[in-house]
Design a protein around this ligand. Sequence first.
Ligand code: NCD
Ligand code: ZN
Length: 373
Amino acid sequence: MATIKLPGLIDAHVHLREPGYTHKEDFYTGTCAALAGGMTTVLDMPNTSPPTDTPERLTEKRALADSKAVCDVGLFVGATSDHPTDSPDDAYLPVATQACGLKIYVSETFGSLRIDELGLMHGFFRTWAEKAEQSGYRSADQPQGIGPIAVHAEDMMLPVCLNLSQLYAVPLHIVHVSRRSEIELIRKAKECGLPVTCEVTPHHLLLSADTLPQLGVRGDMRPRLATPDDVVALWENLDVVDIFATDHAPHTMEEKNKPEGTPGVPGVETMLPLLITLVQEGRLTQDDILHRCYTRPKEIYGIPNQLETEVEVDVDQSVELSDNQMITQSGWTPFAGMTVRGKVTRVILRGQVVYDGEKVVASPGYGTVLYAR
Ligand code: NCD
Ligand code: ZN
Protein backbone atom coordinates (compact mmCIF):
# COMPACT_ATOMS: atom_id res chain seq x y z
CA MET A 1 0.00 0.00 0.00
CA ALA A 2 1.45 3.36 -1.04
CA THR A 3 0.00 6.22 0.94
CA ILE A 4 0.46 9.83 -0.09
CA LYS A 5 -0.25 12.80 2.13
CA LEU A 6 -1.88 15.93 0.78
CA PRO A 7 -2.98 19.16 2.46
CA GLY A 8 -6.70 19.56 3.17
CA LEU A 9 -8.05 20.22 -0.32
CA ILE A 10 -10.59 22.84 -1.39
CA ASP A 11 -13.68 22.37 -3.57
CA ALA A 12 -14.43 25.93 -4.61
CA HIS A 13 -17.86 25.19 -6.12
CA VAL A 14 -20.52 23.14 -4.31
CA HIS A 15 -24.27 23.38 -3.80
CA LEU A 16 -25.10 22.17 -0.29
CA ARG A 17 -28.79 23.03 -0.79
CA GLU A 18 -29.60 24.42 2.63
CA PRO A 19 -32.00 26.08 3.23
CA GLY A 20 -34.85 24.87 1.07
CA TYR A 21 -33.69 21.68 -0.62
CA THR A 22 -32.51 19.52 2.27
CA HIS A 23 -34.05 16.42 0.68
CA LYS A 24 -31.17 16.72 -1.83
CA GLU A 25 -28.35 17.63 0.59
CA ASP A 26 -27.69 19.70 3.71
CA PHE A 27 -24.66 21.18 5.43
CA TYR A 28 -24.03 17.94 7.34
CA THR A 29 -24.46 15.40 4.52
CA GLY A 30 -22.67 17.58 1.97
CA THR A 31 -19.66 18.26 4.18
CA CYS A 32 -19.48 14.56 5.17
CA ALA A 33 -19.26 13.75 1.45
CA ALA A 34 -16.58 16.45 1.11
CA LEU A 35 -14.41 14.89 3.84
CA ALA A 36 -14.79 11.43 2.28
CA GLY A 37 -13.50 13.03 -0.92
CA GLY A 38 -10.46 14.61 0.78
CA MET A 39 -11.88 18.14 0.82
CA THR A 40 -11.57 20.08 4.10
CA THR A 41 -12.97 23.35 2.71
CA VAL A 42 -15.91 23.87 0.38
CA LEU A 43 -17.36 27.06 -1.07
CA ASP A 44 -21.15 26.94 -1.19
CA MET A 45 -23.32 28.57 -3.85
CA PRO A 46 -26.27 30.92 -3.20
CA ASN A 47 -29.03 29.29 -5.32
CA THR A 48 -30.85 27.90 -2.31
CA SER A 49 -34.49 28.57 -1.39
CA PRO A 50 -34.60 31.36 -0.42
CA PRO A 51 -31.46 32.46 -2.26
CA THR A 52 -28.58 34.00 -0.32
CA ASP A 53 -29.15 37.53 -1.52
CA THR A 54 -29.51 39.74 1.56
CA PRO A 55 -27.44 40.27 4.73
CA GLU A 56 -30.17 38.55 6.79
CA ARG A 57 -30.16 35.47 4.58
CA LEU A 58 -26.38 35.25 4.68
CA THR A 59 -26.50 35.46 8.48
CA GLU A 60 -29.15 32.71 8.62
CA LYS A 61 -27.10 30.50 6.33
CA ARG A 62 -23.96 31.12 8.37
CA ALA A 63 -25.81 29.86 11.48
CA LEU A 64 -26.99 26.69 9.69
CA ALA A 65 -23.51 25.93 8.36
CA ASP A 66 -21.95 26.71 11.71
CA SER A 67 -24.10 24.18 13.56
CA LYS A 68 -23.97 21.36 10.98
CA ALA A 69 -20.82 21.43 8.85
CA VAL A 70 -17.99 18.95 9.52
CA CYS A 71 -15.49 20.72 7.24
CA ASP A 72 -14.88 24.44 6.71
CA VAL A 73 -17.38 26.29 4.55
CA GLY A 74 -17.31 29.61 2.72
CA LEU A 75 -20.60 31.09 1.49
CA PHE A 76 -21.28 33.05 -1.68
CA VAL A 77 -23.85 35.80 -1.88
CA GLY A 78 -25.91 35.77 -5.05
CA ALA A 79 -27.04 38.49 -7.40
CA THR A 80 -30.81 38.52 -7.87
CA SER A 81 -33.12 40.88 -9.70
CA ASP A 82 -35.15 41.23 -6.46
CA HIS A 83 -32.22 42.89 -4.75
CA PRO A 84 -30.30 44.88 -7.32
CA THR A 85 -27.17 46.40 -5.91
CA ASP A 86 -27.12 49.66 -7.81
CA SER A 87 -29.03 51.66 -5.21
CA PRO A 88 -27.25 53.83 -2.64
CA ASP A 89 -28.51 51.73 0.28
CA ASP A 90 -27.08 48.66 -1.36
CA ALA A 91 -27.97 45.45 0.43
CA TYR A 92 -24.64 43.73 -0.20
CA LEU A 93 -22.28 46.35 1.13
CA PRO A 94 -22.49 45.30 4.78
CA VAL A 95 -21.96 41.62 3.99
CA ALA A 96 -19.57 41.49 1.08
CA THR A 97 -16.63 40.86 3.36
CA GLN A 98 -18.40 37.90 4.98
CA ALA A 99 -18.92 36.03 1.71
CA CYS A 100 -16.40 34.24 -0.54
CA GLY A 101 -17.55 36.46 -3.37
CA LEU A 102 -20.57 37.48 -5.42
CA LYS A 103 -22.03 34.80 -7.70
CA ILE A 104 -23.89 35.89 -10.82
CA TYR A 105 -25.77 33.35 -12.95
CA VAL A 106 -25.82 34.80 -16.44
CA SER A 107 -26.59 31.58 -18.31
CA GLU A 108 -29.25 28.85 -18.03
CA THR A 109 -29.14 27.19 -14.62
CA PHE A 110 -31.13 25.40 -11.88
CA GLY A 111 -33.25 27.80 -9.78
CA SER A 112 -34.35 31.38 -10.30
CA LEU A 113 -31.16 33.39 -10.02
CA ARG A 114 -30.49 34.08 -13.67
CA ILE A 115 -29.59 37.70 -14.51
CA ASP A 116 -29.47 38.56 -18.19
CA GLU A 117 -30.06 42.31 -18.26
CA LEU A 118 -27.14 44.60 -18.89
CA GLY A 119 -28.51 47.25 -16.50
CA LEU A 120 -28.45 44.83 -13.58
CA MET A 121 -25.09 43.34 -14.54
CA HIS A 122 -23.57 46.79 -14.79
CA GLY A 123 -24.98 47.67 -11.36
CA PHE A 124 -23.47 44.60 -9.72
CA PHE A 125 -19.99 45.23 -11.14
CA ARG A 126 -20.10 48.94 -10.27
CA THR A 127 -21.24 48.22 -6.72
CA TRP A 128 -18.62 45.55 -6.20
CA ALA A 129 -15.91 47.93 -7.41
CA GLU A 130 -17.19 50.64 -5.01
CA LYS A 131 -17.13 48.17 -2.15
CA ALA A 132 -13.54 47.25 -3.05
CA GLU A 133 -12.58 50.94 -2.76
CA GLN A 134 -13.47 50.66 0.92
CA SER A 135 -12.13 47.23 1.79
CA GLY A 136 -9.78 46.15 -1.04
CA TYR A 137 -9.86 42.71 -2.62
CA ARG A 138 -9.17 39.70 -0.47
CA SER A 139 -5.87 37.86 -0.85
CA ALA A 140 -3.69 35.64 1.28
CA ASP A 141 -2.05 38.82 2.72
CA GLN A 142 -5.29 40.82 2.87
CA PRO A 143 -7.95 38.57 4.48
CA GLN A 144 -10.27 41.50 5.26
CA GLY A 145 -11.12 42.41 1.69
CA ILE A 146 -13.87 41.18 -0.62
CA GLY A 147 -13.68 38.24 -2.99
CA PRO A 148 -14.08 38.10 -6.77
CA ILE A 149 -17.27 38.12 -8.80
CA ALA A 150 -17.81 34.52 -9.91
CA VAL A 151 -19.92 34.10 -13.02
CA HIS A 152 -21.68 31.28 -14.77
CA ALA A 153 -21.31 32.86 -18.20
CA GLU A 154 -21.40 30.63 -21.24
CA ASP A 155 -20.76 31.43 -24.86
CA MET A 156 -21.55 35.07 -25.83
CA MET A 157 -22.10 36.07 -22.20
CA LEU A 158 -18.44 35.41 -21.46
CA PRO A 159 -17.07 38.46 -23.32
CA VAL A 160 -19.74 40.63 -21.67
CA CYS A 161 -18.47 39.62 -18.22
CA LEU A 162 -14.82 39.94 -19.25
CA ASN A 163 -15.52 43.43 -20.48
CA LEU A 164 -17.31 44.54 -17.29
CA SER A 165 -14.49 43.06 -15.23
CA GLN A 166 -11.93 45.02 -17.23
CA LEU A 167 -13.90 48.29 -17.13
CA TYR A 168 -14.30 48.10 -13.35
CA ALA A 169 -11.02 46.27 -12.58
CA VAL A 170 -13.05 43.69 -10.64
CA PRO A 171 -11.42 40.24 -10.31
CA LEU A 172 -13.59 37.83 -12.27
CA HIS A 173 -13.73 34.08 -11.78
CA ILE A 174 -15.36 32.06 -14.56
CA VAL A 175 -16.94 28.91 -13.14
CA HIS A 176 -17.15 25.56 -14.95
CA VAL A 177 -15.66 26.45 -18.33
CA SER A 178 -16.64 23.78 -20.85
CA ARG A 179 -15.96 24.89 -24.44
CA ARG A 180 -12.99 25.52 -26.73
CA SER A 181 -14.23 29.02 -27.61
CA GLU A 182 -14.44 29.92 -23.91
CA ILE A 183 -11.10 28.58 -22.73
CA GLU A 184 -9.35 30.16 -25.73
CA LEU A 185 -10.96 33.53 -24.99
CA ILE A 186 -9.92 33.26 -21.33
CA ARG A 187 -6.35 32.57 -22.47
CA LYS A 188 -6.45 35.73 -24.59
CA ALA A 189 -7.93 37.75 -21.71
CA LYS A 190 -5.16 36.56 -19.38
CA GLU A 191 -2.51 37.39 -21.99
CA CYS A 192 -3.97 40.91 -22.16
CA GLY A 193 -3.65 41.22 -18.39
CA LEU A 194 -7.34 41.06 -17.44
CA PRO A 195 -7.97 40.09 -13.80
CA VAL A 196 -9.60 36.79 -14.74
CA THR A 197 -9.34 33.26 -13.36
CA CYS A 198 -11.30 30.12 -14.19
CA GLU A 199 -12.25 26.62 -13.13
CA VAL A 200 -13.18 23.35 -14.85
CA THR A 201 -15.04 20.36 -13.46
CA PRO A 202 -13.92 16.73 -13.60
CA HIS A 203 -17.07 15.89 -15.61
CA HIS A 204 -16.23 18.39 -18.34
CA LEU A 205 -12.66 17.05 -18.46
CA LEU A 206 -13.70 13.40 -18.63
CA LEU A 207 -17.11 13.20 -20.31
CA SER A 208 -18.45 14.57 -23.58
CA ALA A 209 -21.85 14.70 -25.28
CA ASP A 210 -20.82 11.44 -26.97
CA THR A 211 -21.30 9.67 -23.62
CA LEU A 212 -24.89 10.94 -23.22
CA PRO A 213 -26.56 7.79 -24.61
CA GLN A 214 -24.98 5.75 -21.80
CA LEU A 215 -25.40 8.42 -19.13
CA GLY A 216 -29.03 9.35 -19.75
CA VAL A 217 -30.32 11.77 -17.09
CA ARG A 218 -26.99 11.39 -15.23
CA GLY A 219 -25.39 13.42 -18.01
CA ASP A 220 -27.70 16.42 -17.63
CA MET A 221 -26.00 19.45 -16.12
CA ARG A 222 -25.25 23.10 -16.96
CA PRO A 223 -23.07 23.78 -18.81
CA ARG A 224 -24.11 20.74 -20.84
CA LEU A 225 -21.52 18.12 -21.72
CA ALA A 226 -19.71 19.53 -24.74
CA THR A 227 -18.19 18.03 -27.88
CA PRO A 228 -15.09 15.80 -27.83
CA ASP A 229 -13.19 18.71 -29.41
CA ASP A 230 -14.20 20.98 -26.53
CA VAL A 231 -12.87 18.38 -24.10
CA VAL A 232 -9.58 18.24 -26.04
CA ALA A 233 -9.39 22.04 -25.83
CA LEU A 234 -9.72 22.02 -22.03
CA TRP A 235 -6.79 19.60 -21.84
CA GLU A 236 -4.74 21.62 -24.36
CA ASN A 237 -5.28 24.77 -22.32
CA LEU A 238 -4.83 23.28 -18.85
CA ASP A 239 -2.17 25.90 -18.05
CA VAL A 240 -4.95 28.53 -18.20
CA VAL A 241 -7.13 26.61 -15.72
CA ASP A 242 -6.69 27.93 -12.17
CA ILE A 243 -9.02 25.59 -10.28
CA PHE A 244 -10.50 22.10 -10.49
CA ALA A 245 -13.90 22.32 -8.77
CA THR A 246 -16.79 19.89 -8.87
CA ASP A 247 -19.93 22.02 -9.17
CA HIS A 248 -21.32 19.39 -6.76
CA ALA A 249 -25.02 19.83 -7.65
CA PRO A 250 -27.00 17.05 -5.95
CA HIS A 251 -30.55 16.24 -7.03
CA THR A 252 -32.42 13.02 -6.25
CA MET A 253 -32.70 10.38 -8.98
CA GLU A 254 -36.46 10.73 -8.71
CA GLU A 255 -36.15 14.43 -9.63
CA LYS A 256 -33.68 13.69 -12.42
CA ASN A 257 -36.10 11.17 -13.93
CA LYS A 258 -39.05 13.58 -14.10
CA PRO A 259 -39.87 14.88 -17.59
CA GLU A 260 -38.76 18.45 -16.72
CA GLY A 261 -35.58 17.09 -15.08
CA THR A 262 -33.14 18.96 -12.85
CA PRO A 263 -29.71 19.82 -14.24
CA GLY A 264 -26.71 19.06 -12.06
CA VAL A 265 -24.56 16.16 -10.87
CA PRO A 266 -22.94 15.36 -7.51
CA GLY A 267 -19.12 15.30 -7.47
CA VAL A 268 -17.47 16.40 -4.24
CA GLU A 269 -16.47 12.87 -3.18
CA THR A 270 -15.28 11.61 -6.57
CA MET A 271 -13.01 14.45 -7.75
CA LEU A 272 -9.84 13.44 -5.90
CA PRO A 273 -9.92 9.72 -6.84
CA LEU A 274 -10.59 10.72 -10.47
CA LEU A 275 -7.70 13.20 -10.49
CA ILE A 276 -5.33 10.73 -8.81
CA THR A 277 -6.26 8.16 -11.45
CA LEU A 278 -5.31 10.72 -14.11
CA VAL A 279 -1.94 11.16 -12.37
CA GLN A 280 -1.42 7.40 -12.50
CA GLU A 281 -2.30 7.45 -16.20
CA GLY A 282 0.31 10.17 -16.77
CA ARG A 283 -2.24 12.79 -17.84
CA LEU A 284 -1.74 15.00 -14.77
CA THR A 285 0.91 15.42 -12.08
CA GLN A 286 0.34 15.52 -8.35
CA ASP A 287 1.44 19.16 -8.51
CA ASP A 288 -1.38 19.85 -10.97
CA ILE A 289 -3.82 18.69 -8.30
CA LEU A 290 -2.15 20.64 -5.49
CA HIS A 291 -2.00 23.80 -7.57
CA ARG A 292 -5.67 23.67 -8.63
CA CYS A 293 -7.33 22.18 -5.54
CA TYR A 294 -5.26 23.97 -2.90
CA THR A 295 -2.86 26.77 -3.85
CA ARG A 296 -4.95 28.67 -6.41
CA PRO A 297 -8.34 28.47 -4.65
CA LYS A 298 -6.60 29.67 -1.47
CA GLU A 299 -5.14 32.64 -3.34
CA ILE A 300 -8.26 33.51 -5.33
CA TYR A 301 -10.64 33.38 -2.36
CA GLY A 302 -8.17 34.30 0.41
CA ILE A 303 -8.83 31.04 2.29
CA PRO A 304 -6.93 30.81 5.59
CA ASN A 305 -4.49 28.03 6.50
CA GLN A 306 -5.83 25.01 8.37
CA LEU A 307 -3.22 24.01 10.93
CA GLU A 308 -2.41 20.32 11.56
CA THR A 309 -4.53 19.23 8.60
CA GLU A 310 -3.80 16.47 6.09
CA VAL A 311 -5.44 13.99 3.76
CA GLU A 312 -4.07 10.47 3.34
CA VAL A 313 -4.74 8.61 0.11
CA ASP A 314 -3.89 5.00 -0.68
CA VAL A 315 -2.96 5.37 -4.33
CA ASP A 316 -2.74 1.61 -4.93
CA GLN A 317 -6.32 0.84 -4.01
CA SER A 318 -8.64 0.32 -6.98
CA VAL A 319 -12.25 1.19 -6.37
CA GLU A 320 -15.18 0.74 -8.71
CA LEU A 321 -17.33 3.81 -8.14
CA SER A 322 -20.94 2.99 -7.39
CA ASP A 323 -24.06 4.80 -6.22
CA ASN A 324 -24.30 2.93 -2.93
CA GLN A 325 -20.80 4.00 -1.77
CA MET A 326 -21.79 7.65 -2.03
CA ILE A 327 -22.23 9.63 1.16
CA THR A 328 -24.03 12.53 -0.52
CA GLN A 329 -27.72 12.51 0.36
CA SER A 330 -28.51 12.36 -3.36
CA GLY A 331 -26.98 8.87 -3.41
CA TRP A 332 -25.58 8.59 -6.93
CA THR A 333 -22.63 9.54 -9.13
CA PRO A 334 -22.36 10.09 -12.89
CA PHE A 335 -19.11 8.09 -12.69
CA ALA A 336 -20.79 4.87 -11.46
CA GLY A 337 -19.09 1.84 -13.00
CA MET A 338 -15.77 3.61 -13.51
CA THR A 339 -12.75 2.11 -11.77
CA VAL A 340 -10.49 4.65 -10.08
CA ARG A 341 -7.18 4.19 -8.31
CA GLY A 342 -6.98 6.15 -5.11
CA LYS A 343 -8.92 5.85 -1.86
CA VAL A 344 -9.01 8.50 0.86
CA THR A 345 -8.04 6.52 3.98
CA ARG A 346 -7.86 9.28 6.58
CA VAL A 347 -8.54 13.01 6.95
CA ILE A 348 -7.17 15.02 9.85
CA LEU A 349 -8.56 18.53 10.35
CA ARG A 350 -7.01 20.79 13.01
CA GLY A 351 -5.35 17.88 14.73
CA GLN A 352 -8.41 15.61 14.89
CA VAL A 353 -9.27 12.61 12.74
CA VAL A 354 -12.52 13.64 11.02
CA TYR A 355 -12.79 10.81 8.47
CA ASP A 356 -11.31 7.37 9.10
CA GLY A 357 -11.56 5.88 5.63
CA GLU A 358 -14.98 4.37 6.30
CA LYS A 359 -17.02 7.01 8.06
CA VAL A 360 -17.02 10.61 9.22
CA VAL A 361 -16.17 10.79 12.91
CA ALA A 362 -16.39 14.57 13.41
CA SER A 363 -19.46 15.96 15.14
CA PRO A 364 -21.80 18.36 13.32
CA GLY A 365 -20.47 21.87 13.80
CA TYR A 366 -16.78 20.85 13.90
CA GLY A 367 -16.27 22.80 10.68
CA THR A 368 -15.99 26.56 10.78
CA VAL A 369 -17.61 29.15 8.57
CA LEU A 370 -15.02 31.30 6.81
CA TYR A 371 -14.80 35.07 6.64
CA ALA A 372 -16.15 35.83 10.10
CA ARG A 373 -15.77 39.45 11.16
C1 NCD B 1 -26.53 23.67 -10.59
C2 NCD B 1 -27.53 23.34 -9.49
O1 NCD B 1 -28.19 22.29 -9.58
O2 NCD B 1 -27.61 24.09 -8.51
N1 NCD B 1 -26.80 22.84 -11.71
C3 NCD B 1 -25.95 22.55 -12.70
O3 NCD B 1 -26.39 21.90 -13.66
N2 NCD B 1 -24.69 22.89 -12.66
C4 NCD B 1 -26.60 25.12 -10.91
C5 NCD B 1 -25.42 25.66 -11.64
O4 NCD B 1 -24.28 25.54 -11.18
O5 NCD B 1 -25.62 26.26 -12.71
ZN1 ZN C 1 -22.90 25.35 -9.71
